[in-house]
Design a protein around this ligand. Structure first.
Ligand code: ZN
Length: 131
């Protein structure tokens, strides 16, 4: 798609491109990748779709899964390119993973405060996959 992830993937411009029919202007060779990306991440039934936070979460899960398969940031970047033609720098991905870990730490602390042990364990496991 020629955009850098993760910050720009879910920006308004990308979404507008997907939802305003501008996709017709995109080279045919790229379309299957964009449709795959839209299907895997942007498909959401909630009310604020397409401007909700769920695509970002789904994307995080995707990265999480790749990371859980013991891929290095460099390998994850390569896989994203193969799957969706998304281009990113390994350094961006490292930043993204760091941010994700911090987000999960906050969620873990919240679950702890609420006394939700099950949720806390689940978050902790997700976090360990990223480290
Ligand atoms: Zn949503």
């Amino acid at each position: 798609m020629g955009v850098r992830v993760p910050k720009k993937v879910f920006s308004g411009a990308t979404l507008d491109l997907l939802f305003t029919g501008e996709i017709e202007k995109i080279d045919q060779a790229f379309r299957p990748y964009i449709y795959a990306f839209a299907k895997d991440f942007l498909d959401c039934d909630c009310e604020s779709n397409p401007y909700c936070e769920h695509p970002e979460r789904k994307f995080m899960k995707y990265i999480l899964r790749l990371r859980g398969e013991k891929r290095s940031p460099k390998e994850i970047v390569k896989k994203m390119e193969e799957d969706y033609m998304i281009y990113a720098y390994p350094s961006d991905l490292v930043t993204f993973l760091d941010d994700s870990i911090r987000t999960l730490e906050v969620l873990e602390a919240m679950a702890d405060t609420m006394g939700d042990i099950e949720k806390k364990d689940q978050i902790r496991k997700e976090k360990e996959l990223l480290i």
